[in-house]
Ligand binder design. Structure first.
Ligand SMILES: [Zn+2]
Length: 215
């Protein structure tokens, strides 16, 4: 399994998930379709699936255009999230495959939106699993509670995503690492300093995803 970052808009990420055996690919949140197709072409892959994390325009807003450009593509999204162009509605626990080796599990992670889906992706033995968390889990932060409660976000973060096997690489929907540590208000000054150091480090690097599930 190969995963490519595709920065979009101001700080969004789309991702290509590539099955190396067949060169088939899925794209997560393809908000800039022409950019996605260009990267797919450069890498010689065939786009088969769109994995939509949630209905917000900066994630789902390219779906209709993707369908127009690639009529056979299947567009996945949460069953209660009203995702643009959705052809395959998914529930928590639904599984489907990509190419020869990739398996994708839908995880309902509500609160940012009520039907938000994270996609847990596994491949051959030896490939580290990955989870695409959209606007539920960021690196050192989480999405806004637009359509849910704190209890739901806790469940999404600490139970659903927190129970994934370790290590699992986390690919989130935005590069927010530069702003979260500034707002850090954790339990101890020491943790705050660690965050601050990480923040300063982050200013030197262009990208901080993937991160990983540790607890
Ligand atoms: Zn969002």
């Amino acid at each position: 399994m190969q995963i490519l970052h595709i920065p979009c808009l101001e700080d969004n990420y789309s991702y290509l998930i590539i099955d190396e055996a067949t060169k088939e690919a899925a794209v997560v949140d393809p908000v800039e379709p022409h950019k996605i197709l260009r990267v797919a072409e450069e890498n010689g892959v065939h786009l088969k699936l769109v994995l939509t994390t949630h209905h917000h325009w900066d994630h789902a807003g390219g779906n209709d255009k993707m369908k127009q450009l690639l009529p056979d593509i299947e567009i996945f999204g949460g069953s209660v999230d009203n995702v643009q162009g959705c052809t395959n509605k998914v529930e928590n626990g639904d599984r489907f495959s990509l190419g020869a080796d990739i398996s994708i599990l839908s995880l309902h992670t509500p609160c940012h939106t009520k039907g938000h889906i994270s996609y847990y992706v596994t491949a051959k033995e030896g490939d580290v699993p990955a989870v695409f968390t959209g606007d539920t889990l960021f690196v050192a932060g989480c999405g806004k509670f637009f359509e849910g409660t704190a209890e739901q976000m806790y469940q999404s973060l600490c139970t659903t995503l927190g129970s994934l096997p370790k290590p699992t690489q986390v690919y989130c929907g935005h590069e927010r690492m530069r702003e979260y540590p500034k707002n850090y208000c954790g339990p101890s000054r020491r943790e705050g300093l660690v965050f601050l150091q990480f923040h300063q480090l982050s200013r030197k690097n262009s990208r901080l995803t993937p991160s990983c599930v540790l607890i």
